[in-house]
Design a protein around this ligand. Structure first.
Ligand SMILES: Cc1cc2nc3c(=O)[nH]c(=O)nc-3n(C[C@H](O)[C@H](O)[C@H](O)COP(=O)(O)OP(=O)(O)OC[C@H]3O[C@@H](n4cnc5c(N)ncnc54)[C@H](O)[C@@H]3O)c2cc1C
Length: 392
């Protein structure tokens, strides 16, 4: 085996999660490589938005883990040379009706109690935020620490720096089988690789990598659509979601029309740095089918007009879909697998992989190093939590 095709640590998957792991592992001095079936950021990490948010996280562990990730991203913005369109303006959630407004006020209270910087916004605050907003929006809330990045650029930025620390990158190498002797033997469409440790960062495809080692990984693809607006005039500078996004994400009931409910549509409007607008999104379980459904596109456009009626005149350039790696409890798996020593999983981030990539990368580095003190508690993200559930 050539030095090129062997490493202490092999990371399978060159999405945002694999790239963040590669950065922290290479920086710590370990010999590591990425093995990616297509190109870097060719999976979900280039078919998504770029929000690094706490505003949409469940209060408690979920939101605190996101805060740690946000803080790491602030550091990376100073450390990485290739810019990745980092903007830290905070983000807002808008409410459709008074009932949601009550729930939002409660949400702010709970997040404030755990030390997070959330504020309630009233009707006038929303009007001041952007003249494009509908006049009947009762209010919403903001999270001051939320930020935006370009996830695609972020992957390249992380990898460029990691290469300076010795990272090897193998693209167009699809892993087809893995076995374990002293080392892991990783067969790919680009020949055989070996490694002492393997990290499965294959996003929605992580279950197929798991199967190769008889490890059952409970992740399902949850499809989302996004529409891309033509650059026209600035609508606003920070990310906007509707409160109903939270209801969708966590499977709670909302007061919306049947089509919006059926496609799991809730407004997300992300201003990119160039002031195109990414307008989303939907949530559907339709397997690995990534085709664009015009019915869903129409539903998303209609929902955007509820909050931004003046966007009726805007042109759309295109639409695309991505597959979110969903887990039943909405938390990722960032964990060693005890049955297969040396095998780690870093997948299942659903709609939060951009927000949580850096904390995942750092935690995996610490788990590989065998550190006792970790950057976040590991129990909520352990792989074996699912087995505990199924045993009862
Ligand atoms: C519409 C939409 C909007 C979103 N918006 C946001 C947002 O604003 N904020 C946020 O935090 N999250 C968001 N997400 C979620 C986020 O995009 C994902 O959680 C994240 O991209 C997952 O990253 P990943 O690295 O785990 O997976 P991926 O990016 O899919 O990377 C996995 C990689 O593994 C490779 N691979 C698979 N099988 C093999 C194999 N056999 N051999 C080698 N390589 C293999 C794939 O080619 C792929 O490149 C959104 C998702 C969608 C769909």
């Amino acid at each position: 085996m050539t030095a090129e095709k062997h490493a202490e640590v092999a990371i399978i998957g060159g999405g945002i999660v694999g790239c963040a792991i590669a950065y922290y592992v290479a920086k710590s001095g370990m010999d590591c490589m990425i093995i990616e079936k297509n190109d870097l950021a060719s999976g979900t990490s280039s078919r998504c938005d770029g929000n690094i948010t706490i505003v949409d996280k469940d209060p408690g562990f979920d939101s605190k883990m996101s805060l740690v990730s946000q803080e790491l991203t602030v550091d990376l913005n100073k450390e990485l040379e290739l810019p990745f369109e980092y903007r830290a303006h905070g983000s807002i959630l808008v409410c459709d009706n008074e009932e949601e407004m009550e729930a939002a006020t409660e949400w702010v209270k709970i997040q404030n109690e755990s030390g997070l910087k959330f504020n309630v916004l009233d009707h006038l605050d929303i009007r001041e935020e952007s003249p494009f907003f509908a006049h009947d929006i009762p209010g919403g809330l903001e999270c001051e620490t939320d930020s935006l990045i370009n996830p695609y650029l972020f992957c390249y930025s992380l990898v460029e720096k990691a290469k300076e620390y010795g990272l090897k990158v193998h693209t167009n190498a699809e892993v087809t089988n893995i076995s374990k002797q002293d080392d892991f033997i990783i067969e790919t469409t680009d020949g055989t690789y070996t490694a002492k440790k393997v990290v499965n960062a294959a996003g929605v495809w992580a279950p197929f990598i798991g199967e190769m080692l008889n490890v059952d990984i409970p992740i399902k693809p949850r499809k989302g659509h996004i529409l891309v607006g033509a650059r026209q005039e600035p609508v606003m500078m920070r990310n906007v979601m509707e409160f109903g996004y939270l209801m969708n994400k966590f499977g709670r009931e909302r007061k919306v029309d049947a089509r919006t409910a059926a496609h799991g549509v809730a407004l997300v409007l992300e201003p990119t740095e160039s002031q195109n607008f990414l307008i989303g999104s939907s949530r559907q379980f339709v397997g690995y089918d990534g085709s664009v459904d015009i019915n869903v596109v129409q539903t998303i456009a209609n929902r955007a007009l509820r909050f931004f009626p003046k966007m009726n005149d805007f042109n759309l350039i295109r639409s695309y879909t991505g597959l979110r790696p969903w887990t039943e409890d909405h938390l990722p798996i960032i964990s060693a697998v005890e049955e297969v020593p040396g095998f780690f999983i870093a997948a299942g981030h659903e709609g939060d992989g951009i927000s949580l990539a850096t904390v995942t990368g750092k935690l995996i580095e610490q788990l590989i190093q065998g550190e006792n003190e970790t950057i976040i508690p590991i129990d909520p993200v352990r792989y074996d939590r699912f087995k505990v559930v199924s045993a009862h």
